[in-house]
Structures are given as C-alpha cells and as structure tokens.
Write a protein that binds this ligand. Structure first.
Ligand code: NAP
Length: 237
C-alpha cells in the first residue's frame, strides 16, 4: 500500500504512520519537524521537512518528495492547526489567514499537484472535525477552516473521478491539540471544551495509534458506503 500523509511528525499523523508501518505500507510523509519513525523504517518511510504554510514552495517540495511515487492507494491530508480558542470578533484576520493556508489552501495545492502530475490516487481522506459543522463559541478560525475543507473536498470530488474523496472527522484523539484545549482553555468562558476535559483519559479519547488503526480499518467502508466528496464523522458511522 502506497500512502502520502501530511503532518506525520506527531499526533494522529504519527499514529497513522505507525499503524501503516505495521501493515507493511510504503509511506511518504511531510511535516516541519519530520517523522520520528524515519530512522527505524528508512527503507519504507520517505520523509520531507516542509512548512506547508509556505504555499510558494509546496509544489517543489512535492516534486522532491514524491519523485519516485508512481501511484498512491491513499492520501491523508492530515496536517492542521487549531489556532487560539477565542471570540471570532477578537481574532486577527492574519491569524485566520494563516490557519486557512495550512488547513485549506495547502490541501488545494496538493490535490492540484496530484491531478497535474497524473498520479493515480485511489482514496483521499482529508482530516476534518466536528467543528466544521458545530460552530461552537470560540472555535472561529478552526471551524471556518474545517467547513471550507469539507467544501473543498466536495468541489474536488467530480474533478477527480478516478479517486474516492472524503472529509473525515476522526472524533476526539489524545494529541498535542488536546494539551492546549484541555490544559489552557477556560471551560467557563468556552463551555464546549468541558466535554473534551471529561473525555480525556477515557475510551472517548483514544490514543493517536488507536485512532490510526480505527481509520485504516474504516477505509473500505468509506469507499463503499459513502459518495465521493462526502463529509463523514466517525461518530455517525
Ligand atoms: N486531536 C483531535 O482531537 C482532533 C479532532 C478532530 C480533528 N483533528 C485533526 O487531526 C489533524 C491532526 O491533528 P493532531 O490532533 O494530531 O495535532 P498535532 O499533534 O498538533 O499534529 C499536527 C500535525 O500537523 C503538522 N503541521 C502543522 N502545521 C504544519 C505546517 N505549517 N507544515 C507542515 N506540517 C504542519 C504538524 O507537524 P510539524 O509541527 O512538525 O510541522 C503535526 O505533524 C488536524 O487536521 C486536526 O485538525 C484532531
């Protein structure tokens, strides 16, 4: 299985990469700090350190990383940032722009690159979030970006007829994002984070590795039971 995944230096992307290594996949990964599994799996794990927020250099980075890749069974558009939990009216538009660059526009460039280079791709999963539809108080930049990501995937689906695309909310996963949400955000000011604090340390917030295995086990269902372009929340499957 050939897989390209963004943001596999930590969190869900790293958990997915571990799960993929165990299933004998070949993985091409891209992140700023690099995948820590690289030295252990040098033969099957290609890694490129790349800031995907820099849209001007992303195509060149893809050319370099994926130069020997003839086809991909799976593309996971996973890299993403949360931004600060705060009122949208207090959020600087440049901070919103930065979130959109990473969570949305970098993914557009990646999909354009795959189309342009005619790399056959069987399945694309863009990691979205329940925040794409909830619009909870304080989640402004993140919610906007994930809602845009869902629609980006819907728009690309008919333009990539040979691939199955979906935007996928993985549920709660115990990653660095949760360190900030559970550790630094005041749940009295932003009540929606209380649910996350309650879930941490329970089966409602699995480890990245567990979540990675869950996603890989659902790949065929996503392809077979959903239309290309759909938004799927794991909690509704
Ligand atoms: N954790 C959850 O409960 C949860 C729930 C729903 C959705 N998600 C989504 O899951 C995805 C992964 O998040 P996570 O929770 O695993 O958080 P995380 O541990 O912070 O991981 C984020 C990943 O994205 C990469 N990344 C961030 N900015 C980047 C940039 N400018 N260029 C290249 N790579 C960049 C990071 O790598 P570097 O820092 O090395 O660049 C890291 O590998 C995100 O799309 C997130 O929105 C998470």
């Amino acid at each position: 299985m050939n897989v390209f995944i963004t943001g596999n230096s930590s969190g869900l992307g790293l958990g997915l990469t571990e799960a993929l290594m165990e299933r004998d996949a070949i993985v091409w990964g891209m992140s700023r700090s690099g995948c820590p599994l690289k030295s252990k799996h040098d033969d099957v794990l290609r890694d490129r350190r790349q800031d995907i927020a820099n849209l001007n250099t992303l195509e060149e980075g893809l050319d370099r990383l994926l130069s020997d890749c003839l086809r991909l069974d799976l593309v996971v558009l996973n890299a993403g940032i949360l931004g600060r939990i705060q009122e949208i009216s207090n959020t600087d538009v440049h901070d919103l722009e930065h979130i959109m660059r990473i969570n949305v526009w970098a993914n557009k460039i990646i999909l354009d690159w795959l189309i342009e280079r005619q790399v056959p791709v069987e399945q694309v999963i863009a990691i979205s979030s329940g925040a794409a539809v909830n619009m909870n108080y304080g989640w402004g930049g993140y919610s906007l970006s994930k809602a845009a990501l869902n629609n980006l995937i819907r728009l690309y689906a008919p333009e990539m007829p040979g691939s199955h695309l979906c935007a996928f909310a993985p549920g709660l996963v115990d990653t660095g994002m949760q360190d900030y949400l559970c550790g630094e955000v005041d749940s009295e000011e932003f009540p929606s984070v209380q649910k996350l604090k309650d879930a941490r340390g329970t089966e409602d917030m699995p480890s990245p590795r567990e979540a990675g295995d869950q996603i890989l086990d659902l790949l065929a269902t996503l392809r077979d039971d959903y239309e290309s372009g759909d938004f799927v929340d794991i909690r509704s499957m």
